[in-house]
Design a protein around this ligand. Structure first.
Ligand SMILES: [Zn+2]
Length: 251
């Protein structure tokens, strides 16, 4: 069985921009905490880097490379790509490509549309933007890895019933339930794909006017919980692999 741990490397201010509010947290502290957890638990990961963050703080690219993680793309601005014109979408992808090369992509807010496939194909071999239960078309409801086109693979976030195993769900639900869902998914699919964000490991002021589930249980408590979650997965004798390795296994 395989576990693929991923993270979207963005600033907290980018993550909450869609709510029209601004608030910053210690983003470096969050990133450091995330990398320390992965290092302590000996977990290789795939990090979807936001281009604008890399451009403003180029050292983060060196930091994540030093730690041996796979680098993938999270777009440039963290806008919902479904709202962009074809020219703006192309610019998002090409701008990122000029900053760093990557074989994989994840759209901000898991905002995937089939119309994006032809724009992703020239740059990437896999996409990981889909949460199967959120997709509008029946064809996008596949739970597992599948080919979006001849050259582009979809590696969706693992989902149990209507519950995607995102970091938000892990923050909200008891650890015991998260373990049961992980075990169920591993038995069903043979692999598990999970996702985190660095700001979830930082102190987030409770008064930020965003929906409660965005920041609930973030910070030190989440660091502890994720460590216990990863330890539990390791005890199941799973192999931790990167998205590129998932791609190689299933293509
Ligand atoms: Zn994001």
């Amino acid at each position: 069985m395989h576990v693929c741990v991923t993270a979207d490397i963005e600033k907290f201010s980018d993550a909450i921009a869609k709510y029209g509010v601004s608030c910053s947290v210690n983003d470096y502290h969050g990133l450091r905490a995330l990398l320390d957890i992965f290092c302590e638990e000996d977990v290789p990961s795939t990090l979807f880097m936001l281009g604008r963050y890399v451009e403003s703080t180029p050292t983060i690219l060196d930091i994540v490379r030093e730690n041996g993680h796979e680098i993938a793309s999270h777009g440039y601005t963290h806008l919902d790509l479904r709202s962009l014109s074809p020219i703006a979408l192309e610019e998002e992808l090409s701008h990122c490509n000029r900053l760093f090369s990557a074989r994989g992509f994840r759209a901000p807010y898991y905002g995937f549309s089939r119309l994006m496939v032809k724009y992703l194909e020239p740059y990437f071999v896999y996409d990981s933007s889909q949460i199967p239960v959120r997709s509008a078309s029946r064809m996008d409801r596949f739970l597992n890895v599948y080919m979006l086109s001849e050259s582009l693979m979809e590696i969706p976030i693992s989902t149990v019933g209507i519950v995607p195993l995102t970091s938000m769900v892990l923050r909200m639900c008891p650890l015991s339930l998260a373990k049961i869902m992980a075990l169920y998914t591993l038995k069903r699919d043979g692999y598990l794909v999970v996702n985190f964000h660095p700001w979830e490991f930082s102190f987030v002021p409770p008064e930020v006017p965003v929906p409660f589930y965005v920041t609930k249980n973030a910070g030190a408590a989440f660091i502890k919980k994720v460590k216990r979650y990863l330890k539990f997965l390791r005890e199941l004798n799973v192999d931790f692999i990167t998205m590129e390795q998932v791609y190689e296994l299933y293509r």
